[in-house]
Design a binder for this molecule. Sequence first.
Ligand SMILES: *Cc1c(COP(=O)(O)O)cnc(C)c1O
Length: 370
Amino acid sequence: MTDHVVPEHLAGAVVTVDLDAIVSNYKLLRETANAAVTGAVVKADAYGLGMARVAPALAAAGCEVFFVAHVSEGIQLRKLLSNAEIHILNGLLSGAEAAYSDHRLIPVLGSLNEIDRWNAHCGDTSLDCDIHIDTGMLRLGLPPDELDALAADVNRLQSLDIQLVMSHFASADVEGTDQSARQLAAFRAARKKLPMGRTSFANSAGIFLGGDFLGDVVRPGIALYGCNPTPWAANPMRPVVSLSARILQVRQVAPGESVSYGATHVVDKPGKIATVAAGYADGYLRSLSGAGYGFIDAVRVPILGRVTMDMIMLDVTDVAEDKCRPGMAVELLGAQVTVDDVAHAAGTIGHEVMTGLGARYHRRYIGGDT
Ligand SMILES: *Cc1c(COP(=O)(O)O)cnc(C)c1O
């Protein structure tokens, strides 16, 4: 995992992760989820924030159920948490069956092919697994005909020790759609055919649908990390991540001069530009060209021209000279420009901004037991 690869004094930018904020978000989600067990999704290195620090902090707060996408992530997590229940959302990777049982990882089985391979691997012992039912995402999960075939086949079912019967919302964060209600209805019908184990349905946004959408075990990811799971209302979560990048160079510019590749921005009045050490190779998305912005103190500093691989250029005309020198910091994520703000400017979602946070950034952790 990527934490502390680059020492702070050698890094062009620093990501700060507030572990206390993650724990407080976990507790809020647990309250919102009422009686449901609140798990945590820590796939993709805990959405780019560092699973090695995030998962133990969540476990210390009482979280016992974890979800990752890949079996390789599950193996990493098992080294960190010897007692946690670890579910592998991407299912049973062909040829890797032994890795699941060796590390006590629970595969989320989403097809008869996976179920048959797990049965064959388990032999006479029955090992834990989950069953994923597709209710309209068309990604993973048993389609209706495979569900019927499974429900009708006592032999296949007998040797499965089913922990969770789960499905996944396609549009829980979309206002004014009835897709979640239709998915819930489909899930209930499927549940009659597979009544064993506990149910699991809700991602972060699903938790805020409340009531029957919760099921027995909820699976929040993005809300733990501070993004807004209810885009139609104020963000109930505490911000977790900030990104502060260093100024490499400052220059005066005159009307008629152009900035960055393709000369897409032409200067229209005398001003000042700062070149800052974050680019698309750091996950600072190229779609933020001419659209993103940072802050120096309380002054908003917009990106001029294209985001380059390693750098961006910011309009710092309105920033005092003593706040804007090489080596000084610009806030690219934080209280004044949130992950959701950056995602909006880039035309994407917080998940993509977070999971893109680059390996060249230094990572600093605050809170937790540090
Ligand atoms: C990633 C994922 C989640 C978590 O989703 P968030 O929107 O980040 O809360 C839950 N369930 C499944 C199956 C996932 O793939």
